[in-house]
Design a protein. Structure first.
Length: 331
């Protein structure tokens, strides 16, 4: 409890301007970083970049868990039953009143509009399952704000519990229902450039990274464009549980406690693939990475590794979000 109060009320500052990286031949070299100063106060995050960019305010939203459905969902009721009943009544974080997940989402978007947010970063579990009615509703609400957004899926957005098939196949099949949310981009990875910031989206909703995603990420870190990495599942940090993290040395079949209730494939025997671990290492060597934005665990956290902050947004079921301002370091 004390730790949480500290993180929520204390401003943190002071990231370095230079950064160790590895060149193609494996030599460690000293290169200039786009990072400058990072500050956190309650749900407000301020990032000053060493690069020149336009001041940008981002609402980071994760884990709204929308589940409205209509006749199109009827053939899938046996797969949507449990999550369809989840997060229907939530406690609004400001007033303590009971509200639905839809109301939480609407209030967050209304606030984004009212307060002049420039960009919305949606990091997964916006939906409880791939309900076309919920997806169409959310997309309409998002476009009504007129605020550009980037979206990447979480483990629930595409998941119908108990459906046959491995997680990777099911994700490939059911992210097709989320097509509008990707705005013409592909589901597994994409980037959105806005105000001199690159929003890099990688789907790690199975906890794993595919070779093509690693290749895509490598292309992004070669650039010197200041970058935010958007994923659903946070990257592992020492002291955190296997469920916290993509890249956790403890992650695997032996530590999977959720597969029975979620009626899904068990986590991989033997732990993460080599590709996932390579991705993990490369994220924390990226000189142009300002921060990692994630969700999944439903509570606000901050971890800093190799000068790179990783933020988990609090669950938006309660109307909570992170309010992130990015600008250049003052001269
Ligand atoms: Fe969630």
């Amino acid at each position: 409890m004390k730790r949480r109060i500290f993180l929520n009320t204390t401003a943190l500052a002071g990231l370095g301007l230079t950064f160790s990286s590895f060149s193609a031949n494996g030599e460690r070299k000293r290169i200039k970083s786009t990072r400058g100063v990072f500050q956190l106060e309650n749900n407000k995050v301020t990032i000053f970049s060493a690069a020149s960019l336009t001041p940008t305010r981002i609402f980071h939203i994760a884990d709204t868990h929308l589940s409205m459905d209509d006749h199109r969902g009827e053939p899938y009721l046996e797969f949507s039953d449990r999550m369809g009943r989840a997060y229907n009544s939530n406690t609004y974080h400001k007033t303590g009143e009971k509200i639905s997940a839809e109301e939480s989402f609407e209030r967050t978007l209304a606030l984004a509009k009212e307060q002049g947010a420039d960009f919305l970063a949606l990091t997964g579990d916006i939906f409880n399952f791939p309900s076309e009615a919920a997806i169409e509703w959310a997309y309409q609400k998002l476009t009504d704000t007129g605020i550009p957004f980037a979206y990447i899926a979480g483990n629930h957005d595409w998941h119908y519990e108990g459906m046959k098939g491995n997680s990777r196949q099911l994700r490939d099949t059911w992210t097709k229902k989320l097509k509008v949310m990707y705005q013409g981009n592909q589901a597994l990875y994409a980037y959105y450039d806005f105000n001199g910031i690159r929003f890099v989206c990688i789907d790690n909703s199975t906890y794993e990274i595919l070779p093509e995603q690693l290749e895509f990420f490598r292309a992004q870190i070669k650039s010197d464009i200041p970058m935010l990495l958007l994923m659903h599942i946070p990257l592992y940090m020492p002291g955190r549980s296997a469920g916290f993290g993509c890249g956790s040395p403890d992650w695997g079949a032996a530590t999977d406690r959720g597969y029975i209730i979620e009626r899904r494939e068990k986590w991989r025997q033997g732990g993460h693939t080599r590709i996932t671990m390579e991705f993990y290492d490369e994220v924390f060597q990226a000189s142009n990475l300002l921060a990692v934005l994630t969700g999944h665990i439903h509570r606000q956290t901050l971890d800093v590794k190799n000068d790179i902050p990783q933020l988990v947004s609090p669950t938006n079921t309660t109307g909570s979000f992170l309010d992130i301002s990015i600008s250049s370091l003052p001269v």
